[in-house]
Design a protein around this ligand. Structure first.
Ligand code: XIL
Length: 367
């Protein structure tokens, strides 16, 4: 072999060796430096409510979502006022942006929601018609939206917040005229509208998992009793309900015993249990001078940790639909806007950096 060729081969072998060593080093150092994420740590899907605006136009928002989560819920894009702004005129553009993103990045997509007493367009609020006209608009809305998203949305909150806080009755007429606490659905369609909503959704998309979603389970009392008897009653009748959503919009002073016992009772129904809209307010008293001190941050983190631990301890693995936070950054929380107060309810701060709350949640998923 000519000396030049020999030298060349030796040089090539030497380079190969260096390269292999480099790779080994890289792979071991990257293993060591792997940073835990929520989705990699959780033994169930980790979700967030997301907006189309966030995923389409906010680089930081997209980054956190893609790194930390594997399930998403439509924040407002699939609600009635957006999807059917005029009767029989459907608008899917905002929701389509979400399902396209979900498909592209392999997220589970949770639809929220078909039937709620809020987020209704004016034409529904002022609709005049007999029972069958109401039934027809109700059925058409559910079926049309469910068919559009068939195969793209894994699950739906079919009915949202149908039960009153004070007495566990179905929302019907407003407690005080005009206060918005009632439900036009119950008023016009009778108490069994909930069962029919599930049937219509199931007929339109038999593969979708269907949830009843509400808040306040952690208070116990009549509202929780009534929710449990509603879902167990539906199940007994063979109505296609798959699960129950516990929104968990709680605050820093939430009663942890109430959370634990609600999760156990929900699990005892045998249905899937979704912590569906978690956030933890630190300013429930709406103090305008509040400072988000490190003591408050630590307390919030401990509560996030408690929720994840208790969910794992109380809900059998096969019934865990996952934990979903309502957005993930304080910049995008509904609470400061909706309640017009300062607040910091989520695991990431307004600059999309991890808060102690994030690390609390992570500990709760892994401890
Ligand atoms: C909130 C949205 O995040 C806000 O953008 C909107 O202004 C009000 O609704 N319970 C629910 C969610 O089921 O749909 C609500 O979402 C938060 C409370």
């Amino acid at each position: 072999m000519p000396a030049r060729l020999k030298n060349y081969i030796c040089f090539a072998l030497f380079c190969g060796l260096l390269l292999a060593e480099g790779c080994k080093k890289n792979s071991s150092s990257s293993t060591q430096s792997v940073v835990a994420t929520l989705k990699a740590s959780a033994p169930f899907p980790m979700g967030s409510a997301v907006t189309s605006n966030g995923i389409l136009s906010n680089y930081y928002y997209q980054g956190v979502l893609l790194t930390e989560y594997n399930s998403m819920t439509a924040d407002y894009e699939m609600k009635f006022d957006i999807t059917e702004p005029q009767q029989d005129v459907f608008n899917y553009a905002p929701g389509d942006a979400l399902v396209n993103f979900a498909a592209q990045h392999h997220f589970r997509m949770h639809g929220h929601n078909f039937i709620w007493h809020q987020a209704l367009p004016p034409w529904v609020l002022t609709f005049q018609g007999d029972t069958s006209a109401w039934e027809s608009l109700f059925k058409t809305h559910i079926e049309t939206e469910a068919i559009h998203y068939k195969g793209k949305v894994a699950s739906w909150d079919v009915v949202n917040e149908a039960i009153r806080d004070d007495n566990g009755q179905l929302r019907n007429r407003d407690a005080t005229p005009g206060d918005g606490s009632g439900s036009i659905w119950r008023q016009h369609l009778g108490p069994d509208y909930i069962a029919r909503a599930f049937v219509y959704a199931h007929e339109a998309d038999p593969n979708a998992l269907l949830f009843y979603n509400d808040y306040g389970q952690e208070w116990g009392g009549v509202k929780l009793d009534s929710m449990i008897s509603l879902v167990t009653g539906l199940k007994k009748r063979g109505i296609p309900i798959s699960g129950i959503g516990m929104q968990m919009h709680i605050d820093i002073n939430a009663d942890t015993t109430g959370i634990a016992s609600a999760l156990k009772r929900l699990a005892a129904t045998g249905l899937l249990v979704h912590v569906s809209e978690l956030d933890i307010s630190v300013n429930p008293g709406a103090d305008p001078n509040i400072v988000f001190t490190s003591a408050l941050q630590v307390k919030q983190a401990a509560l996030y940790q408690f929720i994840a631990e208790t969910y794992r301890a109380s809900v059998p693995a096969a019934q865990r639909y996952g934990i979903t936070t309502w957005e993930f950054s304080d910049a995008d929380s509904w609470i400061p806007v909706f309640f017009n107060r300062k607040d910091w309810p989520l695991p990431f701060d307004a600059a999309y950096k991890k808060k102690p709350a994030y690390y609390g949640l992570l500990r709760g998923l892994t401890n």
